[in-house]
Design a protein around this ligand. Structure first.
Ligand SMILES: Cc1cc2nc3c(=O)[nH]c(=O)nc-3n(C[C@H](O)[C@H](O)[C@H](O)COP(=O)(O)OP(=O)(O)OC[C@H]3O[C@@H](n4cnc5c(N)ncnc54)[C@H](O)[C@@H]3O)c2cc1C
Length: 675
């Protein structure tokens, strides 16, 4: 009984510990994908001690294009797995807290970024960024060119000869034709005749670079000596590429393939008797323990939150602000020129919206202070920026993030989250500018354009967005809701582009034209034509401060290890209680006055739209985020464990006491008997 209760308690306690941990970014790759998964600890160490070249993908698991690119990169890694004696492939997920700093040191501003590194790469070597198309063939060719450029510098410690990627001269081939001594470590030399632009020869050379007993040359028939050699050996230069094999005794064999592709040639050559299979086995350079522990860190605990479809959540807006300033803006080593201007435009728009922008008082104070400080700066170093944004004053600090997200929570790891919260932030800002009755409604479109074009990490998203705003420029003369409707149109155009056509669509949250009919029937006329005035009213109701829910707000402003380095301890409030009180008050006072209004009669109020929302939950509901669905809090469980330990200890003492008394009793009895 005791043992059983002990087990139950331990299991419940363990579940609690696991689920209360902050979720860590789940990556898009695992080691079955023929890639080495790097982190902040091992990337530089590996690059600086590696005998081979490396291709590393820096990515972000939330970035839509990284998600779409992942299957291409996995296929590429598999395709070049047999080239591992010359080049290896690795990946690193930058938003993972372990990796933030290394990505910043490597100046990664765009996701995905592909970088090539030479062998024994110096830690200060920035690598070579791949700038071409992200198709598999284009990248493979770039890999081949990179290997060709660096192969002569590679230290070669393998038994088989180092592959040669350059074009061989006729003299070298003629040498191969003379019978080789039996001490020669290879049985065959193959020669591939091809034209200038062909990559097949180099691909076959690399595919067989880990095979024993075969060495491959390529000959360019567009060169005079290549053409002469082909003629001399009877090669049909009208049907290229062609391959021959020279046996050790000097005899020549033509290689016939069904299709003149890389894989057919590789297959035929590696089936020659005595040729060893290519070694495609993927060996991570890290010990089993390291990769296992890393994978454990990579696990995500999904604590599904009950959310209302018609609500917008302050927790998401806060997460967007924090991520934007601590990750995307902070990714820039020196803020100056266009980027600094873009940042000022974004922060100044937030400040101008004043109390119409849903945010805690502490966030408003923080943004105002940041804005004043920015006005005095021409250039900001990374250190100065971090020092500025991590400082916590009693009533003024950057809001905490909510790692599990709320309205933007995904049904599968890697989807939604940050980009969803960024849209939410800008929609909320556009509605705040209507509510603030700002004469210049271009404030938010300009702020959004400034932020996205300068800082948004998803490169393809940024490029697409820039095209979209060119096609649909903001026009202030379209009425008081011009900014709200402009942003709505842009967002719907992105939704249309991505709907059913993208691996980034969360099946539980399809990218429909927004708002769908069930959320706003009055937004549609017959034939599903928008009634834009009603759409504007719907958006204004949805994204107004009054509709922003406080559920699941995070009150714990915890800093990452990286951020802690910039924290000045003396500026912190003194007691924990004081911090708690200050935060509660900030969140409450920020929303005072909005709670008691009765909006049920508003035609666009969620209840009027048939929603099941019956009221704002208020600050009291925040405890929900600290509890397991089982209903236990961390304190409950800690208390249970203590009580259980005391009870078990007590029971053991009683049992021991009883045993001693019993022994004493029998001893006395026996003694009497002897007497
Ligand atoms: C500027 C920008 C450009 C992007 N470009 C790309 C891209 O090119 N390729 C790519 O893969 N990903 C892109 N993304 C990411 C993509 O748009 C989504 O944000 C991401 O896939 C998450 O989708 P989601 O399902 O959470 O909904 P999101 O599209 O992020 O929407 C968030 C929420 O906003 C509401 N909403 C939806 N549409 C509207 C609307 N028209 N008006 C008002 N509210 C609305 C809904 O409640 C929705 O849940 C971009 C993101 C941004 C911010």
């Amino acid at each position: 009984m005791l043992i059983r209760s002990c087990l139950v308690l331990i299991i419940v306690y363990y579940i609690q510990c696991v689920t209360s941990d902050a979720a860590v970014e789940k990556g898009l790759y695992d080691e079955k994908d023929n890639v080495t998964i790097f982190n902040g600890d091992n990337l530089l160490k590996t690059l600086s001690t590696s005998q081979t070249l490396w291709l590393v993908e820096y990515y972000s698991s939330w970035c839509g294009h990284c998600q779409e690119f992942a299957p291409i990169f996995k296929a590429l890694a598999k395709d070049v797995a047999e080239w591992h004696m010359l080049l290896k492939v690795g990946v690193i997920n930058c938003p993972n807290s372990m990796n933030v700093q290394i990505c910043r040191n490597m100046s990664i501003l765009d996701y995905p970024t592909l970088r090539f590194y030479p062998a024994f790469s110096n830690v200060s070597n920035p690598g070579e960024t791949y700038k071409g198309d992200q198709g598999m063939n284009e990248i493979r060719r770039e890999i081949i060119d990179y290997i060709a450029k660096h192969i002569s510098d590679l230290k070669w410690t393998h038994e088989r000869p180092k592959p040669i990627l350059r074009v061989s001269g006729s003299e070298e081939v003629m040498n191969d034709l003379s019978p080789a001594p039996s001490s020669e470590p290879i049985l065959y030399t193959a020669v591939i005749f091809e034209d200038e632009n062909s990559y097949i020869g180099r691909e076959v050379i690399l595919d067989t670079s880990s095979c024993t007993n075969i060495f491959i040359r390529r000959v360019n028939v567009n060169r005079k000596d290549g053409e002469d050699l082909a003629r001399k050996l009877g090669i049909d230069t009208n049907d290229l590429p062609q391959a021959i094999v020279i046996h050790r005794n000097g005899t020549i064999q033509n290689i016939q393939v069904k299709l003149k592709t890389r894989h057919f040639f590789t297959y035929k050559l590696t089936r020659l008797p005595g040729v060893g299979e290519p070694i495609a086995r993927f060996n991570s350079p890290f010990s089993q323990n390291l990769s296992d522990s890393y994978n454990n860190v990579n696990q995500v605990t999904v604590d599904y939150r009950d959310v209302k479809r018609d609500k917008v959540y302050l927790a998401d807006i806060e997460s967007a602000i924090r991520y934007a300033l601590t990750m995307e803006v902070a990714a820039v080593k020196v803020l100056e020129g266009k980027k600094l201007e873009g940042l000022k435009t974004f922060i100044s728009a937030f400040v101008k919206l004043g109390e119409h922008m849903p945010a805690r008082a502490s966030t408003h104070a923080f943004m105002s202070d940041l804005y004043s400080w920015l006005q005095t700066q021409d250039t900001i170093s990374y250190n100065a920026w971090m020092e500025k944004i991590v400082q916590k004053k009693k009533d003024q600090y950057l809001p905490p993030s909510n790692k599990l997200w709320v309205g933007c929570q995904p049904s599968k790891p890697s989807l939604r989250r940050y980009p969803c919260s960024l849209w939410t932030l800008f929609h909320t800002m556009s509605v705040a500018s209507v509510n603030a009755q700002l004469p210049d409604q271009s404030l938010v479109p300009n702020a959004m354009a400034a932020y996205i074009t300068n800082f948004f990490g998803c490169r393809e998203c940024r490029i697409n967005f820039m095209k979209e705003i060119k096609q649909m420029p903001y026009n202030s003369s379209t009425g008081p809701y011009s900014a709200v409707l402009w942003l709505w149109r842009i967002h719907n155009s992105v939704n249309e582009r991505l709907h059913s056509n993208s691996s980034t669509e969360d099946p539980a949250f399809p990218k429909l034209q927004f708002p769908p009919m069930d959320m706003c029937p009055s937004c549609y006329a017959a034939d599903r034509i928008w009634i834009e005035d009603n759409v504007a009213q719907y958006l204004i109701t949805r994204y107004s401060k009054i509709n922003v829910a406080l559920d699941y707000l995070n009150f714990n402003v915890s800093l990452t290890e990286d951020e802690k380095k910039f924290e000045k301890k003396d500026k912190l409030p003194e007691t924990k209680n004081e911090i708690w009180e200050a935060r509660l008050q900030n969140a409450q006072s920020s929303y005072n006055g909005n709670h008691h209004e009765n909006n049920d009669k508003h035609p666009f109020h969620p209840r009027a739209l048939g929603s099941n929302i019956i009221g704002r939950r208020g600050v009291g509901s925040i405890t929900g985020s600290f509890r397991l669905q089982l209903g236990f809090s961390q304190i409950d469980l800690n208390l249970c464990v203590v009580i259980w330990l005391v009870s078990v200890g007590g029971a053991l003492c009683l049992f021991w006491g009883y045993k001693c008394r019993r022994t004493l009793f029998f001893r006395r009895k026996n003694y009497k008997h002897v007497l």
